[in-house]
Design a protein around this ligand. Structure first.
Ligand code: URA
Length: 212
């Protein structure tokens, strides 16, 4: 296992009081950055309070913003299928995002995803750190570059460390892998099948952490 880089997050546990439900309610009033202005609602993490594995995505998408739940749109359905192929029950995990509000640009009636910037990720680390502090997971799973940055800072990158388990500054083992949306986008490319198998193989590393 590698030693992780400096996390951009505030130290886990020095903030956010109450249990996960209380944090969710508090996050609904969050004004730490401007993203709450255009989003429909906060999309907090969800899953078992005793989950041993926490999956971290980037930010809610259009569907998640409407429903107020993480990973319930196309990326979420695809992630669920990959987890199933890897022998993992999503219900045994806690699923959340680095950023809790949908960031987008309007094109006519459409709302197009916009990547959150480093400042927004840092501000939202307040909530992510609080979730991790409460759950005390055996494993974090960083899905893509934004989650990797949120959990590990700049010393790890998906390109260099994909498939490896490293540690956050606070010593939590963290599996680095791609975001499922990158695989959805690459469908039809010659290496798409290979990339999908690689992702499922990486997710299989979660199993021993769930089984304890
Ligand atoms: N992509 C994410 O990173 N998170 C979601 O909740 C949905 C799509």
């Amino acid at each position: 296992m590698l030693k992780g880089g400096k996390a951009p997050a505030p130290a886990f546990g020095d903030h956010a009081h109450g249990d996960l439900d209380a944090m969710h309610a508090a996050a609904a009033e969050c004004r730490r950055c401007e993203l709450y202005r255009d989003a429909t609602q906060v999309v907090f993490g969800e899953g078992a309070e005793d989950a041993r594995v926490v999956l971290v995505g980037e930010q809610p998408g259009d569907r998640e913003d409407q429903l107020g739940r993480p990973f319930v749109g196309p990326s979420g359905r695809f992630l669920d299928r990959c987890l199933e192929d890897a022998g993992i029950d999503r219900a045994a995990c806690y699923v959340t995002n680095a950023v809790k509000h949908f960031k987008f640009k309007r094109f006519g009636k459409r709302r197009i995803h916009e990547k959150p910037n480093a400042g927004e990720v840092r501000q939202c680390a307040w909530w992510l750190g609080g979730e991790i502090e409460r759950l005390k997971p055996a494993l974090l799973v960083a899905l893509g570059a934004t989650a990797t940055f949120a959990l590990l800072g700049k010393r790890h990158a998906v390109t260099a460390d994909r498939g490896r388990i490293v540690e956050t500054e606070n010593g939590v083992p963290t599996l680095i892998t791609v975001h499922p949306s990158s695989l959805l986008r690459s469908r039809g490319r010659p290496d798409a099948e290979q990339e999908l198998s690689r992702f499922v193989a990486e997710l299989r590393q979660i199993r021993p952490f769930i089984e304890g």
